[in-house]
Design a protein around this ligand. Structure first.
Ligand SMILES: Nc1nc2c(c(=O)[nH]1)N[C@H]1C(S)=C(S)[C@@H](COP(=O)(O)OP(=O)(O)OC[C@H]3O[C@@H](n4cnc5c(=O)[nH]c(N)nc54)[C@H](O)[C@@H]3O)O[C@H]1N2
Ligand SMILES: Nc1nc2c(c(=O)[nH]1)N[C@H]1C(S)=C(S)[C@@H](COP(=O)(O)OP(=O)(O)OC[C@H]3O[C@@H](n4cnc5c(=O)[nH]c(N)nc54)[C@H](O)[C@@H]3O)O[C@H]1N2
Ligand code: SF4
Ligand SMILES: [Mo]
Length: 706
């Protein structure tokens, strides 16, 4: 890409953060005559260079896109009929506040919920929900990595954000469907490539051959959802051969003997029947990784996978890091440091100053479900509350930077529940599927048109990141901080948001930190330590479990009646003629949110169904043939991509397609939405991890006439 040529004006570079995915890479925006003309990585951050991924590069196309909501809208027709009244901000926000007050009068403030994309700026949304007096803040993560988060927390007392993988310096990384080069974060992908160039090994485990599989030194085409069997056998072999880090285990692992006893039956020969991985290959792998320890990573995963035992896939991966002594070793799994860990004052929090609401969370996280982290909740448990008042009624739902109808399974079932709401508000930069069904749509300014609250990114070298406004909004949109503050004011909670400008919020966040707005503006990113900080592995590892050690047996799980060491359960048998439906990300799309981006829609216009040549031949399906994919009463047309890059028991499609919003002319009706094929799975979840088991969808496939 080349920069849009500037006319005569002055070019300035604004340091900011990318908004094309939730990674929020540091960027620089060239602005000429008030117009953004060029985007690049912010080299001040180290490790990023000036690189962006394709999605980051397509930010200007989002900015220039007219097919996004341009003013606040109030629904006037039936839900989803696309009849709106364009209104000014005062009218929209007055309307929202009026209905919220009715909801609060009838059912109390706990009847308000908000779901968002979590992450760097969630202090704002947490503060908003708390200021209204509700405990029901949720992030999106039940459909992403909640199982991994809870697995990590159950062992170390800190969630997955409490660690960072030192990929750049690793000698061997084991990736279970972690498609680092395509489902990517720029810095991590660069670190991966650098490590591989420096001779690192990568064992990549996935029923599908991905770009990362092609870069790996070993690829195992595992049977779908069999990773727990693989990990149990790796643990077995590591312990049987005495290849674990004895000093680390003696100092830091509580319950090692129980673990050794538990994995005894799970031999390499046993796992072969479940995973399809030959026992001899597993043994060779174990010798290799033990030789590379402690500079090794077993990735706790994301898509690892979304089924009812995936908590234990992640838990055993994290346990393997402990056994290899990779925790806080260079090239291993490092503790992510916050400001206090490096002797600095952290950002002041908006939410922390607001009293905790007295009501319990609607999902029972932290109460009836003591092993679920109450900080971000279990979003799919909101649906029974909305639909049937179970355990109490929720009547108002804010979907901010979150599209539940794309991100949770079975949108039809969700819509049936949403229909019971008094108020569904979507705050988005695009026409999300949820915005189209909402009562009120509030357009947020895009990331180039607004500033956000400051973010502290923990890591070996924690840093404060600033998203600054580069250009003026093109339409009648507003930044989130303003929208939430204005609603809070109308609800009588304005004292918690005494801000008129983003600089007021930044000044509050920075007070006492020794950092200044000017210093952040100058570079975009300010690290809180000169170099990466390592804790003392002999005595200084900050596990937050009751014993201060890695706990094989987790008390919170026991309190919930769940085993810490669960026997292997093979996945549900495949119904005759069915396949397991796997889904994943396109390298040039972000979930469902960029499907209508003019540049990216051109690069990834469609999502054919990957199917193995064996079953395809049996079904009379040739490459490119029109097909029907069906699940539990729902059927949709697609076309086949016949390839042995997918396991014969599975089919695969990219997520994010099959959009239904008519105003998205480039995306509407193109491809297939995997979430629509996940019929009935909204209620199926891993009881330990809380994550939705939508990976368990089974579909049938048949050839149809052209
Ligand atoms: N380009 C791009 N990059 C992104 C994103 C994006 O939207 N677009 N999103 C970001 C986000 S939020 C996330 S969570 C990450 C996701 O990052 P990843 O989890 O690495 O990526 P996915 O594409 O979801 O899935 C990767 C693989 O999981 C495999 N898989 C499915 N079931 C199983 C199983 O049972 N076992 C194993 N071993 N593998 C299985 C699938 O075949 C697929 O190839 O990507 C991030 N990066
Ligand atoms: N069936 C199925 N379900 C899935 C997945 C799958 O592969 N298959 N993947 C899962 C994964 S890993 C994840 S992380 C989730 C992601 O699901 P979500 O969190 O819902 O997805 P995102 O694409 O991150 O964006 C959500 C919404 O935020 C909007 N948005 C983007 N930028 C901004 C902004 O600056 N301001 C505002 N206000 N809105 C913005 C987008 O337009 C979009 O509508 O989905 C999960 N659900
Ligand atoms: S990974 Fe790509 S889209 Fe995501 S923040 Fe970085 S540059 Fe932007
Ligand atoms: Mo995700």
């Amino acid at each position: 890409m080349t920069e849009i040529p500037a006319a005569a004006g002055t070019r300035r570079l604004v340091n900011s953060l990318c908004g094309m995915c939730a990674t929020h890479c540091p960027i620089q925006v060239a602005v000429v005559d008030g117009r953004a003309t060029w985007l690049q990585g912010n080299p001040n951050d180290g490790g990023m260079g000036t690189s962006l991924c394709a999605r980051g590069g397509a930010g200007l196309a989002l900015q220039d896109d007219d097919e996004r909501p341009q003013t606040p809208l109030i629904r006037v027709g039936a839900r989803g009929a696309g009849q709106w009244r364009a209104v000014g901000w005062d009218e929209a926000l007055d309307h929202v506040a009026r209905v919220l007050k009715e909801v609060v009068a009838a059912d109390g403030p706990k009847a308000i919920a908000l779901s968002d994309r979590g992450g760097d700026f969630s202090d704002l949304t947490r503060a908003f929900v708390r200021a209204l007096g509700s405990p029901n803040y949720f992030d999106h993560d039940v459909a992403c990595a909640r199982n991994a988060h809870h697995a990590c927390r159950s062992l170390f007392g800190r969630g997955r954000g409490g660690f960072a993988y030192d990929i750049r310096h690793t000698r061997h990384m084991v990736l279970y469907g972690r498609n680092i080069t395509e489902s990517l974060q720029v810095k991590e992908a660069r670190d991966f490539m650098a490590a591989m160039a420096a001779g690192a090994r990568c064992t990549y485990v996935d029923p599908r051959v991905t770009g990362t599989a092609c870069k790996a030194t070993r690829y195992w085409q595992i049977r779908p959802h069999a990773d727990y069997a693989l990990n149990l056998a790796i643990l077995h072999q590591v312990i049987a051969d005495g290849l674990y880090d004895r000093a680390f285990v003696a100092r830091w692992v509580e319950g090692f003997d129980a673990l050794a006893e538990f994995v005894r039956p799970y031999s390499p020969d046993w796992q072969a029947a479940h995973t399809g991985i030959p026992a001899a290959e597993l043994r060779a792998f174990v010798d290799e990784i033990a030789a590379d320890a402690p500079h090794v990573i077993f990735h706790g995963g994301w898509n690892t996978a979304r089924h009812r035992q995936s908590f234990h896939v992640s838990r055993t991966a994290y346990l393997l890091n402990a056994l290899m002594g990779s925790i806080e070793s260079p090239g291993g799994m490092l503790v992510a440091k916050g400001a206090a860990d490096v002797g600095r004052a952290g950002l002041n929090s908006l939410a922390a100053g607001i009293p905790q609401p007295a009501d319990p969370r609607v999902d029972g996280a932290g109460t009836t479900h003591p092993h679920w982290d109450p900080a971000a909740g279990i979003l799919h448990r909101l649906l029974p509350a909305v639909a049937h008042g179970d355990p109490y009624r929720v009547r108002a739902w804010f979907a901010y930077r979150h599209d539940p109808l794309s991100a949770l399974p079975d949108p039809e079932a969700q819509l049936r529940a949403m229909d019971k709401l008094r108020l569904l508000v979507a705050i988005d930069v695009n026409w999300s599927e949820t915005a189209w069904q909402a009562d009120v749509v509030l357009p947020e300014s895009t990331y180039l048109e607004r500033a956000n609250i400051l973010a502290l990114k923990p890591g070996p070298r924690p840093a404060v990141h600033m998203r600054d406004q580069a250009v003026a909004p093109r339409f009648d949109s507003r930044p989130a901080w303003w929208i939430f503050a204005e609603i809070a004011r109308r609800m009588g909670a304005g004292r918690h948001f005494p801000f008129d400008r983003i600089e007021d919020i930044w000044a509050m966040q920075l007070e006492g930190t020794g950092l200044t707005i000017e210093a952040l503006r100058a570079t975009g990113v300010v690290a809180l330590a000169d170099k990466p900080v390592y804790f003392d592995r002999a005595d200084g590892l900050p596990f937050k479990t009751p014993s201060g050690k890695v706990e094989v047996e987790c008390a919170a799980l026991a309190a919930a009646g769940l085993p810490s060491l669960a026997p292997y359960q093979p996945p549900e048998p495949l119904a005759a003629g069915s396949f397991r439906l796997l889904a994943g990300r396109a390298p040039v799309q972000t979930h469902a949110q960029t499907a209508n981006n003019p540049l990216l829609a051109e690069l990834a216009p469609d999502n054919p169904l990957w199917i193995h040549p064996g079953p395809a031949a049996a079904l009379g399906i040739a490459d490119g043939d029109p097909i029907e994919v069906a699940a539990a009463g729902y059927a949709v047309r697609s076309h086949a991509r016949v390839t042995d890059a997918i396991h014969p028991e599975a089919v695969f499609m990219l997520h994010g397609f099959g959009r239904t919003v008519p105003l998205q002319s480039r995306a509407c009706g193109r491809g297939v939405a995997d979430q629509r094929l996940q019929v009935g799975l909204l209620d199926r979840f891993d009881p330990a991890g809380g994550g939705i088991a939508y990976g368990e969808a089974q579909v049938s496939v048949r050839r149809v006439p052209q």
